[in-house]
Design a protein around this ligand. Structure first.
Ligand code: PMT
Length: 394
């Protein structure tokens, strides 16, 4: 899918720059024509010859670089580019891109190009969370620059925080996704649900579940990238990053989620329910904190089955089935009893899959049969779900 695509890889001065050597190699192996721009400070971490050796293209290191001739200067490559990737992106380059300060060929190239841009930040966690960096990140999202990561993990300083550059193989997936982007959900209004609902017991305590909302957010992002207008109705979420362009509606309980879905269903053509909705709520919510001595039992009452109650003749419904046993049998029952066009069945006992994980392993089930998918990241799975659901959308 990226064969013969012109990709500009901009590398800036971070310890993560070595990952871009792998990335450039993976891109070249996939058939892309890769042109590297190396910032001055990046040269402290990686060498020009690594990139020129891998890409078979001269590396641009400055505006007045005697090695480069007119046929590969920053304006020329900017016009031919299919995609620009800045990885790793330091706080410095984020600020410059956001403000349009074109003192180096990386920003000059981005300004002169109409190609989409992916930026993969890498820096210290506190630096990343600083108000200044966050301000620039928000501005980049506003101008439709795609942010990849950063991921949480061990940083060069030794702390475990958000700030790690996306791994090259995951970035490659995102690049492929971006370049093969179909707009097949254009003109579709979609509702996606994500996260776990919260059923309050008293002002302090509640009943909920392990859902992080990652699966639902991945579906919302995939729909957005494929042209749909997306409303994400969500319970508690672990992370809301990169949800620009998605209308976010926050709810607490299952009853609130139901009400919001009903408010939006009239003008929508697709409902994908990946939220983990609590099946029961507390019968008598206590306005006062219940004393532990008197908390012997909690009386519950059944919540409505939202997915089942939404009329499947008015909107295309895609449900999930979170199972710990008899995956296919239970999921097939949900397909018919909830009148869905498709069920995404996931075994929530599999390690590295399901609740809270970045990956998921699922079986897509509809009237035409089933598609057993391997373990994959949730963004990739989201696209697989949309590929199969497409035939149900007019
Ligand atoms: O959020 P993550 O951490 O990324 O984890 C993803 C996930 C495991 C939560 C997700 O992949 C998933 O399986 N979501 C569905 C969870 C669930 O509630 O499954 P269920 O089998 O209990 O319900 C079946 C379907 O009915 C679901 O689409 C659910 O949203 C819906 N439902 C359930 C109960 C209820 N009262 N109303 C509903 O609409």
């Amino acid at each position: 899918m990226i064969d013969k695509k012109n990709i500009i890889l901009c590398v800036t001065g971070s310890i993560a720059a070595y990952k871009s050597v792998y990335l450039s190699s993976a891109l070249v192996k996939s058939g892309a024509n890769v042109q590297v721009i190396l910032s001055k400070s990046a040269k402290n971490f990686v060498g020009e010859s690594s990139f020129s050796g891998i890409t078979h293209n001269p590396v641009i290191t400055g505006y007045y670089d005697s090695k480069t001739d007119l046929s590969i200067d920053h304006i020329d490559i900017a016009k031919k580019a299919d995609l620009i990737v800045v990885a790793p992106a330091t706080a410095n380059i984020l600020a410059k891109i956001s403000l349009g300060i074109s003192s180096d060929p990386i920003v000059g190239c981005i300004l002169a190009s109409k190609a989409p841009v992916i930026v993969a930040p890498a820096m210290d966690g506190d630096m990343y969370n600083s108000p200044q960096v966050q301000k620039h990140i928000n501005e980049l999202r506003r101008i439709n620059i795609h942010l990849s990561g950063p991921e949480k993990g061990r940083l060069a300083s030794g702390i475990n925080e958000f700030g790690r550059m996306t791994e090259p193989e995951d970035l490659l997936e995102e690049i492929i996704e971006k370049l093969s982007k179909k707009k097949d959900y254009e003109k579709i209004n979609a509702i996606v649900t994500a996260g776990g609902t919260i059923e309050e017991i008293d002002p302090v305590r509640y009943i909920s579940n392990k859902s992080s909302g990652k699966m639902g957010i991945a579906i919302a992002k995939a729909l957005r990238d494929r042209g749909a207008k997306v409303t994400l109705i969500h319970g508690k979420l672990e992370n809301k990053s990169d949800t620009y362009g998605i209308r976010m509606v926050s709810v607490i309980s299952a009853l609130e989620m139901k009400k919001e879905i009903e408010n939006h269903v009239e003008n929508s053509q697709l409902l994908i329910m990946s939220a983990a909705v609590a099946d029961y709520r507390v019968k008598n919510f206590s306005k006062e904190k219940i004393k532990k001595e008197s908390m012997n039992s909690i009386e519950l009452e059944k919540n409505p089955d939202i997915l089942k109650e939404i009329d499947g003749n008015k909107i295309v419904k895609v449900g999930f089935a979170a199972e710990s046993e008899k995956l296919l049998e239970n999921a097939k029952k949900k397909l018919s009893s909830k009148n869905c066009k498709m069920i995404v069945a996931n075994d929530i006992t599999l390690e590295g899959s399901g609740f809270g994980s970045d990956n998921n392993k699922a079986v897509l089930i509809d009237e035409n049969g089933q598609e057993n998918l391997p373990l994959m990241n949730k963004i990739k799975l989201a696209h697989k779900i949309l590929d199969r659901a497409k035939k149900y959308i007019n």
